[in-house]
Design a protein around this ligand. Structure first.
Ligand code: ASP
Length: 445
Protein backbone atom coordinates (compact mmCIF):
# COMPACT_ATOMS: atom_id res chain seq x y z
CA UNK A 1 0.00 0.00 0.00
CA UNK A 2 1.17 3.49 -0.76
CA UNK A 3 2.44 5.33 2.28
CA UNK A 4 2.12 9.06 2.39
CA UNK A 5 4.27 11.44 4.30
CA UNK A 6 2.10 13.65 6.44
CA UNK A 7 4.76 15.47 8.37
CA UNK A 8 4.33 19.19 7.88
CA UNK A 9 7.07 21.66 7.30
CA UNK A 10 9.37 19.87 4.93
CA UNK A 11 11.71 21.86 2.77
CA UNK A 12 13.51 20.26 -0.15
CA UNK A 13 16.72 22.11 -0.95
CA UNK A 14 18.41 21.69 -4.30
CA UNK A 15 21.93 23.06 -4.67
CA UNK A 16 23.27 23.84 -8.13
CA UNK A 17 26.76 23.13 -9.44
CA UNK A 18 28.23 26.50 -8.49
CA UNK A 19 26.97 26.01 -4.92
CA UNK A 20 28.97 22.78 -4.67
CA UNK A 21 31.99 23.53 -6.81
CA UNK A 22 34.64 23.26 -4.06
CA UNK A 23 35.11 22.68 -0.34
CA UNK A 24 34.39 26.31 0.57
CA UNK A 25 31.06 26.06 -1.16
CA UNK A 26 30.34 22.77 0.62
CA UNK A 27 30.89 24.57 3.95
CA UNK A 28 28.34 27.20 2.96
CA UNK A 29 25.86 24.51 1.97
CA UNK A 30 26.33 22.74 5.27
CA UNK A 31 25.69 25.94 7.21
CA UNK A 32 22.54 26.55 5.18
CA UNK A 33 21.19 23.01 5.60
CA UNK A 34 21.91 22.94 9.33
CA UNK A 35 20.45 26.38 9.96
CA UNK A 36 16.90 25.14 9.42
CA UNK A 37 15.79 21.70 10.50
CA UNK A 38 12.94 21.83 7.98
CA UNK A 39 15.56 21.38 5.25
CA UNK A 40 15.27 17.63 5.25
CA UNK A 41 15.96 16.47 1.73
CA UNK A 42 18.92 17.85 -0.12
CA UNK A 43 19.43 17.43 -3.85
CA UNK A 44 22.90 18.25 -5.19
CA UNK A 45 24.12 18.87 -8.73
CA UNK A 46 27.57 17.84 -9.92
CA UNK A 47 30.43 20.27 -9.16
CA UNK A 48 30.16 23.29 -11.43
CA UNK A 49 32.62 25.96 -12.42
CA UNK A 50 34.84 27.46 -9.71
CA UNK A 51 35.87 30.34 -11.98
CA UNK A 52 34.88 31.53 -15.44
CA UNK A 53 37.23 29.36 -17.49
CA UNK A 54 36.75 26.27 -15.32
CA UNK A 55 35.05 23.10 -16.58
CA UNK A 56 31.86 21.60 -15.22
CA UNK A 57 32.33 18.02 -14.07
CA UNK A 58 29.30 16.90 -16.12
CA UNK A 59 30.87 18.30 -19.30
CA UNK A 60 34.10 16.44 -18.53
CA UNK A 61 32.21 13.22 -17.95
CA UNK A 62 30.42 13.53 -21.28
CA UNK A 63 33.83 14.08 -22.85
CA UNK A 64 35.17 10.89 -21.25
CA UNK A 65 32.28 8.95 -22.69
CA UNK A 66 32.73 10.49 -26.12
CA UNK A 67 36.43 9.56 -26.11
CA UNK A 68 35.77 6.06 -24.85
CA UNK A 69 33.25 5.52 -27.64
CA UNK A 70 35.81 6.56 -30.24
CA UNK A 71 38.51 4.50 -28.58
CA UNK A 72 40.47 7.61 -27.69
CA UNK A 73 42.34 7.53 -24.39
CA UNK A 74 40.45 9.59 -21.79
CA UNK A 75 42.89 9.17 -18.91
CA UNK A 76 43.81 12.84 -18.81
CA UNK A 77 40.23 14.05 -18.70
CA UNK A 78 39.32 11.49 -16.07
CA UNK A 79 42.32 12.54 -14.05
CA UNK A 80 40.96 16.10 -13.82
CA UNK A 81 37.65 14.75 -12.53
CA UNK A 82 39.38 12.43 -10.11
CA UNK A 83 41.53 15.21 -8.77
CA UNK A 84 38.54 17.40 -8.07
CA UNK A 85 36.73 14.76 -6.07
CA UNK A 86 39.81 13.49 -4.25
CA UNK A 87 40.73 17.06 -3.22
CA UNK A 88 37.20 17.74 -2.12
CA UNK A 89 37.18 14.73 0.19
CA UNK A 90 40.60 15.67 1.53
CA UNK A 91 39.68 19.31 2.18
CA UNK A 92 36.43 18.37 3.86
CA UNK A 93 38.22 15.87 6.13
CA UNK A 94 35.67 13.17 5.60
CA UNK A 95 36.13 9.47 5.76
CA UNK A 96 35.11 8.22 2.34
CA UNK A 97 36.94 5.96 -0.07
CA UNK A 98 36.23 8.13 -3.09
CA UNK A 99 39.12 6.65 -5.09
CA UNK A 100 37.47 3.27 -5.00
CA UNK A 101 34.27 4.76 -6.40
CA UNK A 102 36.22 6.65 -9.06
CA UNK A 103 38.17 3.59 -10.15
CA UNK A 104 34.98 1.62 -10.52
CA UNK A 105 33.43 4.36 -12.64
CA UNK A 106 36.54 4.62 -14.82
CA UNK A 107 36.45 0.90 -15.37
CA UNK A 108 32.81 0.99 -16.36
CA UNK A 109 33.37 3.82 -18.84
CA UNK A 110 36.23 1.84 -20.37
CA UNK A 111 33.91 -1.13 -20.70
CA UNK A 112 31.31 0.80 -22.67
CA UNK A 113 29.05 2.36 -20.03
CA UNK A 114 26.31 4.55 -21.51
CA UNK A 115 26.52 8.34 -21.81
CA UNK A 116 23.72 8.70 -19.27
CA UNK A 117 25.46 6.49 -16.71
CA UNK A 118 28.75 8.34 -17.22
CA UNK A 119 27.22 11.83 -16.98
CA UNK A 120 25.20 10.93 -13.89
CA UNK A 121 28.32 10.09 -11.87
CA UNK A 122 29.01 13.77 -11.15
CA UNK A 123 25.81 14.00 -9.12
CA UNK A 124 26.31 10.54 -7.65
CA UNK A 125 29.79 11.30 -6.30
CA UNK A 126 28.86 14.79 -5.14
CA UNK A 127 25.86 13.28 -3.37
CA UNK A 128 28.01 10.70 -1.60
CA UNK A 129 30.40 13.39 -0.43
CA UNK A 130 27.68 15.77 0.68
CA UNK A 131 25.78 13.07 2.59
CA UNK A 132 28.97 12.12 4.37
CA UNK A 133 29.85 15.73 5.10
CA UNK A 134 26.37 16.46 6.48
CA UNK A 135 26.36 13.12 8.25
CA UNK A 136 22.98 12.15 6.82
CA UNK A 137 21.74 9.24 4.77
CA UNK A 138 22.62 8.93 1.08
CA UNK A 139 19.80 7.69 -1.12
CA UNK A 140 20.76 6.80 -4.65
CA UNK A 141 18.33 8.46 -7.07
CA UNK A 142 18.31 5.27 -9.14
CA UNK A 143 16.37 3.62 -6.31
CA UNK A 144 13.56 6.14 -6.19
CA UNK A 145 13.33 7.97 -9.53
CA UNK A 146 12.08 5.80 -12.39
CA UNK A 147 11.60 6.28 -16.09
CA UNK A 148 9.21 4.53 -18.43
CA UNK A 149 10.31 2.70 -21.56
CA UNK A 150 9.59 5.84 -23.64
CA UNK A 151 11.97 7.90 -21.48
CA UNK A 152 9.35 9.91 -19.59
CA UNK A 153 9.12 9.88 -15.81
CA UNK A 154 7.25 6.92 -14.35
CA UNK A 155 5.22 9.07 -11.98
CA UNK A 156 3.42 6.29 -10.19
CA UNK A 157 6.45 4.17 -9.46
CA UNK A 158 8.53 7.20 -8.52
CA UNK A 159 5.88 8.56 -6.19
CA UNK A 160 5.51 5.21 -4.47
CA UNK A 161 9.24 4.76 -4.01
CA UNK A 162 9.92 8.34 -2.93
CA UNK A 163 7.23 8.02 -0.27
CA UNK A 164 8.31 4.60 0.76
CA UNK A 165 11.99 5.38 1.12
CA UNK A 166 11.80 8.85 2.58
CA UNK A 167 8.92 8.58 5.00
CA UNK A 168 11.06 7.28 7.85
CA UNK A 169 14.18 9.25 7.11
CA UNK A 170 14.66 12.54 8.81
CA UNK A 171 17.37 13.92 6.56
CA UNK A 172 18.83 12.61 3.32
CA UNK A 173 20.85 13.57 0.29
CA UNK A 174 19.47 12.43 -3.06
CA UNK A 175 21.63 13.21 -6.09
CA UNK A 176 19.93 15.15 -8.88
CA UNK A 177 19.80 14.65 -12.65
CA UNK A 178 19.20 10.90 -12.95
CA UNK A 179 17.10 7.88 -12.12
CA UNK A 180 16.76 4.45 -13.59
CA UNK A 181 14.86 2.55 -16.25
CA UNK A 182 12.81 -0.53 -15.39
CA UNK A 183 15.76 -2.73 -16.37
CA UNK A 184 18.00 -0.91 -13.91
CA UNK A 185 19.92 1.12 -16.47
CA UNK A 186 20.75 4.67 -15.45
CA UNK A 187 18.91 7.41 -17.30
CA UNK A 188 19.36 11.17 -16.96
CA UNK A 189 16.96 14.04 -17.41
CA UNK A 190 17.96 16.67 -19.96
CA UNK A 191 20.84 19.02 -19.11
CA UNK A 192 20.26 21.07 -15.99
CA UNK A 193 17.96 18.31 -14.81
CA UNK A 194 18.84 18.36 -11.12
CA UNK A 195 16.20 21.06 -10.88
CA UNK A 196 13.70 18.43 -12.02
CA UNK A 197 14.79 15.89 -9.40
CA UNK A 198 14.39 18.49 -6.67
CA UNK A 199 10.97 19.44 -7.94
CA UNK A 200 9.80 15.82 -8.11
CA UNK A 201 10.99 15.05 -4.59
CA UNK A 202 9.44 18.26 -3.27
CA UNK A 203 6.08 17.41 -4.77
CA UNK A 204 6.05 13.75 -3.72
CA UNK A 205 7.03 14.31 -0.09
CA UNK A 206 4.37 17.02 0.19
CA UNK A 207 6.90 19.65 1.10
CA UNK A 208 5.87 23.18 1.90
CA UNK A 209 8.68 24.71 -0.06
CA UNK A 210 11.15 23.83 -2.77
CA UNK A 211 14.35 25.82 -2.37
CA UNK A 212 16.56 26.17 -5.39
CA UNK A 213 19.98 27.39 -4.28
CA UNK A 214 22.16 28.97 -6.93
CA UNK A 215 24.66 31.83 -7.33
CA UNK A 216 22.20 34.69 -7.86
CA UNK A 217 19.70 36.23 -5.48
CA UNK A 218 16.70 35.31 -7.59
CA UNK A 219 15.39 36.54 -10.90
CA UNK A 220 16.01 40.06 -11.99
CA UNK A 221 13.32 42.46 -13.16
CA UNK A 222 15.16 43.00 -16.42
CA UNK A 223 18.18 41.69 -18.29
CA UNK A 224 21.33 43.06 -16.57
CA UNK A 225 22.99 43.32 -19.98
CA UNK A 226 20.39 45.94 -20.86
CA UNK A 227 19.60 47.60 -17.53
CA UNK A 228 22.32 48.51 -15.00
CA UNK A 229 21.88 46.66 -11.76
CA UNK A 230 18.22 45.71 -12.04
CA UNK A 231 16.49 44.86 -8.81
CA UNK A 232 15.49 41.29 -8.12
CA UNK A 233 11.92 40.09 -8.19
CA UNK A 234 10.67 39.22 -4.72
CA UNK A 235 7.53 37.39 -5.73
CA UNK A 236 6.40 36.07 -9.06
CA UNK A 237 3.58 33.73 -9.97
CA UNK A 238 4.11 30.64 -12.09
CA UNK A 239 2.12 32.23 -14.90
CA UNK A 240 4.17 35.40 -14.85
CA UNK A 241 7.31 33.35 -14.88
CA UNK A 242 6.10 31.44 -17.89
CA UNK A 243 5.48 34.71 -19.75
CA UNK A 244 8.90 36.08 -18.78
CA UNK A 245 10.77 32.92 -19.72
CA UNK A 246 8.93 32.62 -23.00
CA UNK A 247 10.14 36.10 -23.81
CA UNK A 248 13.75 35.24 -23.19
CA UNK A 249 14.34 35.64 -19.46
CA UNK A 250 16.47 32.76 -18.22
CA UNK A 251 14.70 30.94 -15.49
CA UNK A 252 14.47 27.42 -14.17
CA UNK A 253 14.39 24.28 -16.25
CA UNK A 254 10.87 24.29 -17.77
CA UNK A 255 10.20 20.70 -16.74
CA UNK A 256 11.28 21.50 -13.20
CA UNK A 257 8.45 23.90 -12.69
CA UNK A 258 5.71 21.47 -13.58
CA UNK A 259 5.71 19.01 -10.62
CA UNK A 260 5.77 21.67 -7.89
CA UNK A 261 3.38 23.93 -9.75
CA UNK A 262 0.92 21.08 -10.06
CA UNK A 263 1.25 20.34 -6.35
CA UNK A 264 0.88 24.02 -5.44
CA UNK A 265 4.30 24.20 -3.79
CA UNK A 266 6.19 27.50 -3.98
CA UNK A 267 9.80 27.64 -5.15
CA UNK A 268 12.30 29.94 -3.53
CA UNK A 269 15.34 30.82 -5.62
CA UNK A 270 18.14 31.57 -3.17
CA UNK A 271 21.79 32.56 -3.32
CA UNK A 272 24.22 30.18 -1.57
CA UNK A 273 26.77 32.99 -1.37
CA UNK A 274 24.29 35.42 0.17
CA UNK A 275 21.79 33.27 2.07
CA UNK A 276 20.44 36.30 3.92
CA UNK A 277 19.07 37.74 0.65
CA UNK A 278 15.37 37.33 0.11
CA UNK A 279 15.67 35.67 -3.30
CA UNK A 280 12.66 35.16 -5.55
CA UNK A 281 9.60 33.33 -4.34
CA UNK A 282 7.58 31.69 -7.09
CA UNK A 283 4.01 31.33 -5.96
CA UNK A 284 0.82 29.80 -7.20
CA UNK A 285 -1.44 31.67 -9.58
CA UNK A 286 -4.66 30.99 -7.80
CA UNK A 287 -5.91 32.90 -4.82
CA UNK A 288 -6.09 36.65 -4.39
CA UNK A 289 -3.33 38.61 -6.07
CA UNK A 290 -0.94 39.34 -3.26
CA UNK A 291 -0.11 42.70 -4.65
CA UNK A 292 -1.04 45.22 -7.27
CA UNK A 293 0.31 48.53 -8.41
CA UNK A 294 3.41 47.80 -10.36
CA UNK A 295 4.90 45.35 -12.80
CA UNK A 296 6.87 42.20 -12.03
CA UNK A 297 9.38 42.09 -14.84
CA UNK A 298 10.32 43.03 -18.37
CA UNK A 299 11.73 40.63 -20.94
CA UNK A 300 12.11 40.70 -24.66
CA UNK A 301 13.49 39.24 -27.83
CA UNK A 302 14.77 40.70 -31.05
CA UNK A 303 14.55 39.67 -34.70
CA UNK A 304 10.93 39.19 -35.60
CA UNK A 305 9.10 39.84 -38.83
CA UNK A 306 5.58 41.16 -38.74
CA UNK A 307 3.40 40.38 -41.74
CA UNK A 308 0.23 42.45 -41.78
CA UNK A 309 -2.59 41.43 -44.08
CA UNK A 310 -5.31 43.95 -44.84
CA UNK A 311 -8.71 43.16 -46.29
CA UNK A 312 -11.94 45.14 -45.87
CA UNK A 313 -14.73 43.27 -44.19
CA UNK A 314 -12.30 40.58 -43.10
CA UNK A 315 -14.33 40.06 -39.95
CA UNK A 316 -17.35 38.97 -42.00
CA UNK A 317 -15.47 36.45 -44.07
CA UNK A 318 -15.46 33.01 -42.54
CA UNK A 319 -12.23 31.06 -42.54
CA UNK A 320 -10.03 33.98 -43.59
CA UNK A 321 -7.48 33.56 -40.82
CA UNK A 322 -7.56 29.81 -41.25
CA UNK A 323 -6.44 30.25 -44.86
CA UNK A 324 -3.50 32.39 -43.78
CA UNK A 325 -2.54 30.01 -41.01
CA UNK A 326 -2.72 26.96 -43.23
CA UNK A 327 -0.17 28.60 -45.54
CA UNK A 328 2.17 28.89 -42.57
CA UNK A 329 1.46 25.30 -41.64
CA UNK A 330 2.27 24.11 -45.15
CA UNK A 331 5.66 25.76 -44.76
CA UNK A 332 6.19 24.33 -41.29
CA UNK A 333 6.26 27.72 -39.67
CA UNK A 334 4.97 28.58 -36.25
CA UNK A 335 4.02 32.10 -35.29
CA UNK A 336 4.41 33.85 -31.95
CA UNK A 337 1.49 36.27 -31.90
CA UNK A 338 -1.44 37.20 -34.04
CA UNK A 339 -2.80 40.63 -33.13
CA UNK A 340 -5.80 41.60 -35.21
CA UNK A 341 -7.89 44.64 -36.08
CA UNK A 342 -11.24 45.00 -37.85
CA UNK A 343 -9.78 44.72 -41.31
CA UNK A 344 -6.25 43.58 -40.54
CA UNK A 345 -4.48 40.67 -39.05
CA UNK A 346 -0.76 40.54 -38.27
CA UNK A 347 1.48 37.56 -37.89
CA UNK A 348 4.52 37.91 -35.72
CA UNK A 349 7.12 35.34 -36.69
CA UNK A 350 10.74 34.98 -35.64
CA UNK A 351 13.19 35.68 -38.45
CA UNK A 352 15.00 32.41 -37.80
CA UNK A 353 11.74 30.52 -38.25
CA UNK A 354 11.03 32.15 -41.63
CA UNK A 355 14.52 31.44 -42.92
CA UNK A 356 14.26 32.20 -46.62
CA UNK A 357 10.58 31.32 -46.93
CA UNK A 358 9.17 34.83 -46.67
CA UNK A 359 8.76 35.53 -50.36
CA UNK A 360 6.96 32.29 -51.07
CA UNK A 361 4.61 32.85 -48.16
CA UNK A 362 3.74 36.39 -49.21
CA UNK A 363 3.00 35.18 -52.73
CA UNK A 364 0.74 32.45 -51.43
CA UNK A 365 -1.14 34.75 -49.09
CA UNK A 366 -1.64 37.12 -52.01
CA UNK A 367 -2.94 34.34 -54.24
CA UNK A 368 -5.08 32.44 -51.74
CA UNK A 369 -6.44 35.24 -49.59
CA UNK A 370 -6.80 38.07 -52.07
CA UNK A 371 -5.93 40.86 -49.61
CA UNK A 372 -5.87 44.59 -50.38
CA UNK A 373 -2.43 44.96 -48.91
CA UNK A 374 0.33 42.94 -47.32
CA UNK A 375 2.92 44.81 -45.32
CA UNK A 376 6.13 43.30 -44.06
CA UNK A 377 8.03 44.84 -41.15
CA UNK A 378 11.37 43.10 -40.59
CA UNK A 379 13.82 43.68 -37.71
CA UNK A 380 11.19 44.01 -35.05
CA UNK A 381 11.72 43.35 -31.36
CA UNK A 382 9.06 42.28 -28.91
CA UNK A 383 9.04 43.42 -25.32
CA UNK A 384 6.83 41.82 -22.70
CA UNK A 385 5.85 43.86 -19.69
CA UNK A 386 4.57 41.32 -17.19
CA UNK A 387 2.64 41.90 -13.99
CA UNK A 388 -0.14 40.03 -12.25
CA UNK A 389 -1.52 43.27 -10.88
CA UNK A 390 -1.91 44.71 -14.35
CA UNK A 391 -5.54 43.83 -14.92
CA UNK A 392 -6.55 45.34 -11.60
CA UNK A 393 -4.48 48.47 -11.59
CA UNK A 394 -5.43 51.54 -13.51
CA UNK A 395 -2.62 53.41 -15.16
CA UNK A 396 0.07 50.78 -15.63
CA UNK A 397 -0.13 50.80 -19.40
CA UNK A 398 -0.32 54.56 -19.50
CA UNK A 399 2.94 54.70 -17.51
CA UNK A 400 4.55 52.22 -19.92
CA UNK A 401 3.56 54.16 -23.02
CA UNK A 402 4.39 57.54 -21.51
CA UNK A 403 7.89 56.26 -20.71
CA UNK A 404 8.31 55.03 -24.26
CA UNK A 405 7.05 58.32 -25.72
CA UNK A 406 9.38 60.37 -23.53
CA UNK A 407 12.31 58.29 -24.75
CA UNK A 408 11.11 58.72 -28.34
CA UNK A 409 10.56 55.04 -28.89
CA UNK A 410 8.19 54.39 -31.72
CA UNK A 411 5.72 51.68 -30.72
CA UNK A 412 4.89 49.67 -33.82
CA UNK A 413 2.59 47.13 -32.32
CA UNK A 414 0.76 46.46 -29.07
CA UNK A 415 -0.92 43.30 -27.96
CA UNK A 416 -2.34 42.54 -24.57
CA UNK A 417 -2.46 38.78 -24.33
CA UNK A 418 -5.69 37.25 -23.14
CA UNK A 419 -3.93 36.34 -19.91
CA UNK A 420 -4.15 40.05 -19.04
CA UNK A 421 -0.89 39.88 -17.18
CA UNK A 422 1.27 40.86 -20.11
CA UNK A 423 1.47 43.72 -22.56
CA UNK A 424 3.52 42.90 -25.63
CA UNK A 425 5.06 45.87 -27.36
CA UNK A 426 6.67 45.72 -30.80
CA UNK A 427 9.49 48.18 -31.52
CA UNK A 428 12.29 48.35 -34.07
CA UNK A 429 15.28 46.19 -33.14
CA UNK A 430 17.46 49.27 -32.75
CA UNK A 431 15.11 50.77 -30.15
CA UNK A 432 14.92 47.58 -28.07
CA UNK A 433 17.43 48.49 -25.36
CA UNK A 434 16.19 52.06 -25.09
CA UNK A 435 12.61 50.85 -24.70
CA UNK A 436 13.44 48.36 -21.94
CA UNK A 437 15.53 50.90 -20.06
CA UNK A 438 12.83 53.53 -20.18
CA UNK A 439 10.15 51.14 -18.91
CA UNK A 440 12.44 49.88 -16.16
CA UNK A 441 13.16 53.42 -15.00
CA UNK A 442 9.48 53.98 -14.26
CA UNK A 443 8.88 50.74 -12.35
CA UNK A 444 12.23 49.60 -11.04
CA UNK A 445 13.76 50.67 -7.71
N1 ASP B 1 25.01 18.30 -13.91
C1 ASP B 1 23.95 18.31 -14.86
C2 ASP B 1 24.24 19.31 -15.96
O1 ASP B 1 25.28 19.93 -15.95
C3 ASP B 1 22.62 18.54 -14.24
C4 ASP B 1 22.47 19.78 -13.40
O2 ASP B 1 23.46 20.40 -13.04
O3 ASP B 1 21.34 20.16 -13.10
O4 ASP B 1 23.46 19.44 -16.86
Amino acid sequence: MERRIIIENIVVAKFGGSSLSDSKQFEKVKAIVLSDEKRRYVVPSAPGKRYKEDEKVTDLLYLCHEHAEKNICFDKVFYIIKNRFVNLVKELHINLDIEKELNLIEEKIKNGASADYTASRGEYLNGLILANFLDVEFIDASEIIFFKENGTLDEEKTKFNVNNRLSNINKAVIPGFYGSMRNGEIKTFSRGGSDITGSIIASYVNSNLYENWTDVSGFLMADPRVVDNPQSIKKVTYRELRELSYMGATVLHEEAIFPVRKAGIPINIKNTNRPEDHGTLIINDIGPASYVGTITGIAGKKDFIVITVEKSMMNGEQGYCRKILSILEDHNISFEHMPSGVDTVSLVISEAELDGKLEAIIKEIDRECNPEAIEVHPHMALIAVVGRGMNRTIGISSKVFKALALSEVNVRMVSQGSSEITIIIGVENNQFEKAIKSIYEVFGN
